[in-house]
Design a protein around this ligand. Structure first.
Ligand code: AHM
Ligand code: MG
Length: 356
């Protein structure tokens, strides 16, 4: 007879919480609310092809991108599930320019939640995996209400972070700083069950993931790094296979489970992404936190993403994330060849003027 325990996410969270006698259970409940959001978004993504929610909503987000209807649904759902629980002092969504305050009649809590409601949403129309990304910080501002200060925190101080992936199955992967745990949704019972306890990025790595269509805009160091991954340049060993979905969560998740590196670099020539495309607070910090907890590493090309002190809610960052030795190799190539780019990026990265 099999003796391994079966854990629902609720049971697992409660068991983890019980190891900390002074824990109030608030973080546990926020994670459980996010799991519920994941189930509800998964339900809608399953029906997306049926037409009611498919296609663009006709509005644009803060980056001028077309919002998909599911983006709008996921964004409002996460807010509505969390605004009245008295566990949060503020929220921030990739879809909104400013922080989202808690309606005064609900009362404030001790945490701040950041989320990208539906990452990779341009992939919905073509039935490719998308995800939800979340990050939870402790309140640090001293007033009664949450402020920008509560969300502009470095990844080092995250209380918890993770993502949901809506793929061939729905999974929730999270960490509270004690390992990375993955749960798979059993749709027949509506429960997330522990399927991937204590995830570690395996070695040797298998894949590299980048949008090589942008290669002509990349810096010399990033191109040299790519050749190295292909086993062409320098001491590079066995070539890695290339896999790129264009959905950060899907690309990251594959590399987390099978080993590899994802990168979306900054470049000097493409005016649109001088500091990379991805957002530090809504995308990169969570990937960095999960990678770090799984034995990997995330860099912006200069140093550890977790050490970057954000100054802007929608700050962009280059991102190299995956097996530590691969990411460190990217840093080496960049330090060796991309001094001009470093001189351009560093003042933006290290700026201290806080803004929404
Ligand atoms: P989004 O937050 O608007 O969905 O954009 C982020 C997505 C990531 O999921 C993905 O890694 C990247 O954009 C893909 O960009 P590109 O199409 O330039 O390769
Ligand atoms: Mg996104």
């Amino acid at each position: 007879m099999q003796t391994s325990k079966i854990y629902t996410i609720e049971r697992f969270l409660l068991e983890q919480q019980s190891q900390f006698p002074h824990a109030t259970g608030e973080l546990t409940r926020i994670l459980y609310d996010l799991a519920l959001a994941g189930k509800m978004i998964a339900r809608e993504t399953r029906r997306a092809g049926l037409g009611t929610l498919l296609g663009a909503a006709g509005t644009e987000n803060t980056y001028g991108e077309r919002q998909q209807k599911l983006d709008v649904y996921a964004d409002s759902l996460i807010f509505r599930l969390n605004d009245h629980t008295q566990r949060l002092c503020a929220m921030a969504s990739e879809e909104h320019e400013e922080i989202l305050t808690i309606p005064p009649h609900y009362g404030e809590g001790r945490y701040a939640l950041l989320y990208d409601p539906l990452d990779g949403s341009s992939n919905i129309d073509v039935n490719v995996s998308v995800g939800t990304i979340f990050a939870i910080h402790r309140k640090v501002s001293t007033g009664e209400k949450g402020t920008l200060e509560d969300v502009l925190q470095s990844g080092r101080t995250l209380a918890a972070a993770g993502y949901m992936i809506y793929g061939s199955s729905t999974m929730m992967v999270y960490s509270t700083g004690r390992g990375v745990h993955g749960f798979t949704l059993d749709p027949t019972i509506g429960e997330f069950l522990l399927s991937h306890p204590d995830i570690r990025i395996p070695s040797p790595p298998m894949f590299y993931s980048a949008n090589q269509g942008n290669e002509k805009f990349w810096t010399h160091g990033v191109r040299r790094f790519t050749r190295w991954l292909q086993g062409i340049d320098g001491e590079g060993g066995k070539p890695l296979s290339q896999r790129y979905i264009g959905s950060l969560i899907a690309d990251f998740h594959r590399n987390l489970l099978q080993g590899g590196v994802f990168y979306y670099p900054g470049d000097m020539k493409k005016a649109k992404h001088p500091y990379g495309k991805l957002r530090l607070l809504f995308e990169a910090q969570t990937m960095a936190f999960i990678a770090d907890q799984a034995g990997g590493y995330a860099s912006d090309g200069i140093g550890d993403v977790l050490d970057v002190q954000p100054h802007q809610l929608h700050q962009c960052t280059p991102l190299f994330v995956g097996n530590r030795e691969l990411v460190e190799q990217a840093e080496k190539f960049i330090a060796m060849h991309d001094q001009d780019w470093i001189n351009t990026f560093r003042p933006y990265r290290d700026s201290v003027t806080q803004e929404a």
